[in-house]
Write a protein that binds this ligand. Structure first.
Ligand code: FA5
Length: 348
C-alpha cells in the first residue's frame, strides 16, 4: 500500500474512534508491534539503497505524524469521557434523602423493659439466674422433692447427669428466688425476668420456650393485700386502662396460700367466642387468660434459703411475659412471637 494511502486510512480510523478503547485498537492496527506502518518500516530493509533513504524518511515522518495525531485524539476523547462522567455523577443536593431502615425492638423485649420500669418505680430491683439450672434450685429448694407429684406440673427438659446434681433447663423463674435469698438479707423486693423452657406441646397460648417475670417481696409484715395492691397498680400502669382481673385459689408447693391471676381476654372481649360464634383459641374459649401464679412464700422455701420463717414473710409471683404481650397488643397466637416474621415484628 502506498504511504499516502496508509496515512489517509490511519487518520480516518483515528478520528472515527468513538472512545478510548476504540482508539487503542486503532493504534495497534497501525503503530503496534504488528501494525501496518510498523511492518512497512521493517520491510524497507529489503529495498535498494537509493529508494530506501527516500522511502525511509517518508515512512518515519508518517510514524511521527501519526503518533502526534494519536495523542491529540486521545486528549479529545479523554476530555469527552470526563465531561460525560461528570454529568452522570453529578450530585443533586436538592434530591430528597433515602430513608434508612431502622432496627426495632422485639415486642417481648419492649414488654419486658416496660415491666422492669414499672416495677422499678415501685422500688423493685432486678435479679437474674442461669438458664441451665440445678435440680435443687428448680425443684427441691422450692419444696418440690423428687417423686413429689407436683413435679408433673412442669414438663422438664433434663440435661445429661452431671457428677453432683442433675441439671435441667429451668422450667420457671422461681429458682431465682432461692439464689437471691441465699445471698441477700430481707427486707427487699425484686423481680427476675427471663427465659424458661418446658417440654410441652404448643398451641395458641402455649410455647415450649417462653419468658416469665418472677416477683418476690419479703419483709416482716408483707401480706396478700400488698400483693394485690402491687399487681393492680402494675396492670393499671402497664395497660394504661383498667383491665378486668380475677384471683383464683390454686396450688404451688412453694407458696401457701397459692392463687392464680386471670385476665379477661382482650381478643374476644371476655366472651370466649369470636366472630360468627367461632370459639376463641387465644383463651381456650373461656374468656379468661391465665396470667400468673402467685402466693405467700412457703416456710419450707425460707428454710431452704437459710431464713427463719417465723421472722419473715412475703409474696411471690411468676407471670407469663408472652401472655402480657398478647393482651397488650391483641396478638391472638403466642407462636407469632417466635417465628421471626419481620412483617409481624415491624408492627410494634
Ligand atoms: C409457675 O411457673 C410458677 N413458678 C409461678 C409462681 C411463682 C407461682 C411464684 C407462685 C409463686 P405456671 O406454670 O402456672 O407457674 O406459669 C406461670 C405463668 O407462666 C402462667 O400463668 C402463664 O402466664 C405462663 N405460662 C406457663 N406456661 C406457659 C406456656 N407453655 N406458654 C406460655 N406461657 C406459659
Amino acid at each position: 500500500m502506498p504511504i499516502s494511502e496508509l496515512k489517509k486510512q490511519a487518520l480516518a480510523v483515528f478520528s472515527g474512534a468513538k472512545n478510548l478503547a476504540e482508539l487503542d485498537s486503532a493504534y495497534h492496527l497501525y503503530l503496534g508491534r504488528k501494525g501496518k506502518l510498523t511492518l512497512l518500516l521493517r520491510s524497507l530493509r529489503e529495498l535498494p539503497e537509493t529508494s530506501r533513504r527516500e522511502k525511509g524518511k517518508e515512512a518515519n515522518d508518517l510514524h511521527d505524524f501519526l503518533e502526534q495525531q494519536f495523542s491529540k485524539r486521545k486528549q479529545e476523547l479523554q476530555k469527552e469521557e470526563f465531561t460525560q462522567s461528570e454529568k452522570a455523577e453529578r450530585i443533586d443536593v436538592t434530591a430528597p434523602g433515602k430513608r434508612i431502615a431502622l432496627g426495632r425492638l422485639h415486642p417481648l423485649t419492649r414488654v419486658q423493659r416496660a415491666a422492669i420500669r414499672i416495677f422499678g418505680s415501685m422500688g423493685f430491683g432486678v435479679a437474674e439466674g442461669p438458664h441451665i439450672e440445678a435440680e435443687w434450685y428448680n425443684f427441691d429448694a422450692l419444696n418440690i422433692p423428687a417423686n413429689h407429684p407436683a413435679r408433673d406440673m412442669w414438663d422438664t427438659f433434663w440435661l445429661k447427669d452431671s457428677k453432683n446434681s442433675r441439671l435441667l433447663l429451668r422450667t420457671h423463674t422461681s429458682p431465682v428466688q432461692i439464689r437471691y435469698m441465699e445471698s441477700h438479707q430481707p427486707p427487699f423486693r425484686i423481680i427476675a425476668p427471663g427465659r424458661v423452657f418446658r417440654y410441652e406441646a404448643t398451641d395458641a397460648k402455649h410455647s415450649f420456650d417462653l419468658h416469665q417475670l418472677e416477683g418476690l417481696m419479703v419483709g416482716r409484715d408483707v401480706s396478700v393485700a400488698h400483693f394485690k395492691a402491687v399487681i393492680q397498680k402494675f396492670y393499671e400502669l402497664f395497660f394504661a386502662k383498667s383491665m378486668t382481673i380475677r384471683l383464683r385459689p390454686s396450688y404451688f408447693p412453694f407458696v401457701e396460700p397459692g392463687f392464680e391471676v386471670d385476665m379477661s381476654c382482650v381478643i374476644c372481649g371476655g366472651t370466649g367466642k369470636k366472630a360468627k360464634n367461632t370459639p376463641c383459641s387465644s383463651c381456650g374459649h373461656t374468656g379468661w387468660l391465665e396470667m400468673m401464679g402467685a402466693g405467700m412464700v412457703h416456710p419450707n422455701v425460707f428454710k431452704a434459703a437459710g431464713y427463719n420463717p417465723r421472722e419473715w414473710q412475703g409474696f411471690a409471683f411468676g407471670m407469663g411475659v408472652e401472655r402480657l404481650a398478647m393482651m397488650k397488643f391483641g396478638v391472638p397466637d403466642i407462636r407469632l412471637f417466635f417465628e421471626g416474621d419481620l412483617q409481624f415484628i415491624r408492627q410494634f
